[in-house]
Design a protein around this ligand. Sequence first.
Ligand code: FES
Length: 108
Amino acid sequence: MKSADSVVRLFVCSAQKDEVGKEVARALKIELKKRGLKKLFTGGEKHKVRVQTCNCLDLCKQCKKGPGAALVVHPEGTTYGNVKPKDAAEIVQEHLGEGRVVERLRID
Ligand code: FES
């Protein structure tokens, strides 16, 4: 049986009044597929990548009150704020593909 640790999850808040969180999640899924990064090989282990919408992450200043959505990369815990759909390619390529945090969107 596989352990829960073999999955990297991107939890995207979709509690805003508009649909930005859902649009960000959709864009992330598209980029993961396009770049072949739905499965990662890092740290000597294989990881599946899942994108999930969720309720408020208590980061509303960078989400509900901003132009974009907040998201958390689990289990590592990096948080991004004010993420717009056009940022999805950068997060997928840099963070997941190259293992570098996208500093301009980081809020933790
Ligand atoms: S509404 Fe998105 S973090 Fe609170």
